[in-house]
Design a protein around this ligand. Sequence first.
Ligand code: SME
Length: 161
Amino acid sequence: MAEVFIKPQGTKEEQYAALYQQICGVLSSETDTIANMANVAAMIQTTFNFWWTGFYRVLPTDDGEEQLVLGPFQGPLACTRIALGRGVCGTAWQRKQTIVVPDVDKFEGHIACSSESKSEIVVPIFKDDKVVAVLDIDSAQIATFDATDQLWLEKIAERIF
Ligand code: SME
């Protein structure tokens, strides 16, 4: 089915409300998680033009552990694997909570995939109370993300699985 995306306008709150509505529509017609992650990354990126928007999935490693592995994203090249507790993504996974980083240089252990990234938000995605992926967004400006971003991105994350 061909999808038509109407770029949301207005305040950030209004943009997120319109974005969320369109995301729900797109996700309701597709069951494949990778396809849905790809389209969600595209829709978030088209709306806000962030530096990087993408997903890391929790996947098993050869030694029986788990790692975050790069999934669908929009933006420049990114690191492919992140261990539990490492970086902002691995910390959000470990803590099972959203992390908002106003200045990545002040987050100890931040993994710099790009020197252009200045602030970041990472939202864990749950399935049956287990973190199965994270939504990671980087901004080229300091302190881009606030409680409004957290609220709406958590609502979006709930829709992925
Ligand atoms: N900055 C992240 C790594 C992933 S990239 O930003 C795409 C982190 O510290 O976990």
